[in-house]
Write a protein that binds this ligand. Sequence first.
Ligand SMILES: C[S@@+](CC[C@H](N)C(=O)[O-])C[C@H]1O[C@@H](n2cnc3c(N)ncnc32)[C@H](O)[C@@H]1O
Length: 331
Amino acid sequence: MTEVVPPLGLQKIMGVAAISPSISRVGNRVLGGKDNYLADQDLVIELEKSAPGQYAAAWASREFQQRVLRYLAGTVGVRQFLDLGAGLPVPEARRVNTHQIVNFARGIPEADRPIVVYVDNDPICVAHGRALLATNEQSHYLLGDLTDPNLLHDPAVSTYLDLECPVGVLLCGVMHHVDENLDPAGIVHGWIEVLPPGSFLVLTHLFDPGPNNCLHEYAVSCQARYLEALGSGWFRTREQIAGFFDSLRMVTPGLVRPGDWWPGGPSLRPGSVAERLLLAGVGWKPRDPADVTRGPNRLAYNLAHPCCCAGSHRLLTGKASSRSARIDRPA
Ligand SMILES: C[S@@+](CC[C@H](N)C(=O)[O-])C[C@H]1O[C@@H](n2cnc3c(N)ncnc32)[C@H](O)[C@@H]1O
């Protein structure tokens, strides 16, 4: 058999096997997308051996986002969202991409549909996102790096947002890909500082419950695989993750497993290992710092944010790390 000689200058025929896994393609794989390669699929198999239940964890996290976004768009009345580290779109038929969730939240008239700005630093995500949003004037997909909070004032972003009004900012499944050397907590605090008062921060993060917990070994093993394959994927402690929300009021029930944030009812199963290695929370930036301890005031919120038709809030007083925080009920 004669050997096929590649054309001059072509050293090797590139195939899917030559591609290394990427953060966004692995995320796409666990959410049932088709925009991933063998290397991504192999990594998910490896992660599954380290911490079983990767698919369930990815969906628990996405369903958390779904409940939060319905609450923010439908109940609170937030009309603009910034999804940082948005990833590859989930197949449209699942209807769980941010713009799909907020557009169809209960009680939103078609003329009042929220603006959604997606940002990712992976050009493949941007290309796929733009293709999906080609006919959607309310949603935009931008290339950008979330480690610089001044991105909010970059005309490429700010042109779509009204920075006098609250923004719902999502940092889901991404801050654990930011190296400690870059000061991830400082980056999140930077975002909180530049956001308009009344804004919300929605965050999910890989969680290491510590050496005295039976799940610790899973976290250590899973983190080792992430770092080896992707160069990032740090499991952080509850205190570290809670620290991201400093200066914000936590929306009840605080910092919990994604499936425990306003679930539809008691859980019917204990949750996979991978699900228990995630924490999720929502924080609210009050109008003035005193509001952090004073308690929510629905009327004041309405007056302060006329662009939001604020509904009932249930906010925890105190920091995310305080499990015994008092729960304020709306008047
Ligand atoms: C695991 S995916 C999460 C996708 C989606 N947010 C979710 O929760 O399903 C993480 C995404 O963050 C993006 N990312 C990582 N570092 C980033 C950075 N510094 N700036 C912007 N995007 C980043 C990756 O490209 C990837 O698409």
